[in-house]
Design a binder for this molecule. Sequence first.
Ligand code: HEC
Length: 187
Amino acid sequence: MNRTKSIRRSLTTGLPLALLLASAGTTGAEEITVPMPGPWGEGYEETLDDPASVDATEAFQRFRQQSMRGTSATYRSIEQILRYDAPFAERLPDLADELARRAADIETWFDRETPARDGDPGALPAAWADPDFAEYKASYRQAAERLQRKVETADDLADEAFQLRATKALNSVRHQCLACHDNYRRR
Ligand code: HEC
């Protein structure tokens, strides 16, 4: 038995398995139900795609999608502070660092060529075929770094004039998300 199989085996042995054909999703992945025991009792379980039916390419693509969603959550958190006055201005440095780190990380999310299947939502083949894609990534990184610097050098994170300037820098980051999606993503 190879290693992957034995991991799968240890995930699934002895479980009351409900093998279902996934009704949603694009992979036709089968589902399994895995118990999630803990201090609140034995009755918790989760139904998820069977690891045996998700190949490495699919997992890579899903990792990228989850990372994009994480980026979105970071972006939207900053937006709540700057645009909607959520009282967390002191978190701006951490959040702007995180956004910049994620922007730098985007490179690795496209390391492997994993475009969406025909007609499905996801990355377009152009993300690997079009040399301009590198410029979109670089330009995005720079916009995130500009916001990061603006936040880093602020005297008063709650100051209205600073927040207005930071919102403009945030809008420039958003421009990058939208432009790249417009060219390299199918919804
Ligand atoms: C350089 C290009 C590029 C930039 C910049 C970019 N994205 Fe994306 N994004 C993509 C591509 C390509 C996909 C499709 C990926 C896939 O499905 O494999 C995607 C997918 C997404 C998704 C959907 C993920 C899912 O679950 O399917 C979200 C949300 C997202 N991006 C948010 C953002 C946000 C927010 C920003 C800016 C802060 C951003 N992206 C910047 C290229 C980019």
